[in-house]
Design a binder for this molecule. Structure first.
Ligand SMILES: [Zn+2]
Length: 274
């Protein structure tokens, strides 16, 4: 299973043209995809419904009842059932295991579309929460988590041409050589990862180059003026500014943002090569 998860995320990274070390949560976030485990466990639950609600003469149903009886008395470690129990617990449906599967009405409920929907919604909710917990687990995910709150496909990937979408993905996923990122890989203390292109003494991170660095003032005025003007007077906090500029739905704004971040990222790419 682990190998399949790795294969899936590597395929997503390849499709988005980001490097292999990009956090998995970023690529799942950009594409609005869940870990494969979500689908495997959903199928396991659907299979469990079929087995436990089968006819009393069905071999798998007879075996299930026998094994569950042993498991409940702690007489046997029934791994598959343990996984079913844990998964139902994760999605808040573990109480269902106390139901009487000899009761026809209860079995009809388990086989209903309503129950399937409950499982599906529960899995979506649980795996979205897991994805968000990863983003909350480290300060290095702060920039991405500021503007990305829902596990849904990013519309910019469809709305603008790949030549503009690709640099935008790289900037969003911090696939660049800005001081704040390079410092992480070269063990520079966080407070020392400052911008050396201007005299503001700010941290050299995505926010600084998007909004403040005087070195890119001219390019910012040419390309981001409209986007930034829209923020004036109403949304001035750092997080709101990031959220609004990164989540713009205007194709013109997105293309200009892509052009601007390309200039910034190219500057640091070249600086690194020299
Ligand atoms: Zn600067």
């Amino acid at each position: 299973m682990q190998h399949l998860e790795v294969f899936q995320t590597q395929f997503f990274k390849h499709s988005l043209k980001v490097h292999g070390k990009t956090p998995n949560a970023y690529v799942l976030g950009e594409l609005g995809k869940f870990k494969l485990e979500r689908y495997v466990k959903t199928r396991m639950l659907n299979f469990w419904v079929n087995v436990c609600t089968g006819k009393s003469t069905k071999f798998s149903t007879v075996m299930y009842k026998f094994m569950k009886g042993k498991f409940d008395k702690n007489e046997v470690d029934f791994k598959w059932f343990k996984c079913i129990k844990e998964t139902l617990n994760d999605i808040g449906l573990d109480h269902i295991l106390n139901g009487n599967i000899e009761n026809d009405l209860f079995c009809t409920f388990l086989q209903s579309d309503d129950f399937k929907k409950k499982i599906n919604n529960g899995m979506t909710h649980y795996y979205s929460e897991m994805w968000e917990k990863v983003l909350e687990s480290s300060d290095s995910y702060n920039f991405y988590h500021t503007f990305k709150k829902e596990l849904v496909l990013e519309s910019y990937l469809i709305d603008i041409e790949p030549r503009y979408a690709i640099p935008l993905t790289k900037f969003r996923c911090e696939n660049h050589k800005l001081p704040n990122v390079i410092g992480r890989y070269t063990n520079v203390d966080a407070h020392l990862r400052i911008c050396n292109l201007c005299d503001l003494g700010d941290k050299g991170d995505n926010y600084h180059y998007l909004f403040n660095c005087s070195f890119f003032k001219k390019q910012r005025e040419n390309l981001l003026k409209d986007s930034i003007d829209q923020l004036q007077g109403r949304l001035t906090s750092r997080s709101m500014k990031i959220k609004n500029i990164m989540n713009s739905k205007s194709e013109t704004h997105l293309v200009n943002l892509s052009k601007f971040v390309t200039i910034v990222m190219d500057h640091f790419d070249k600086a690194k090569q020299n």
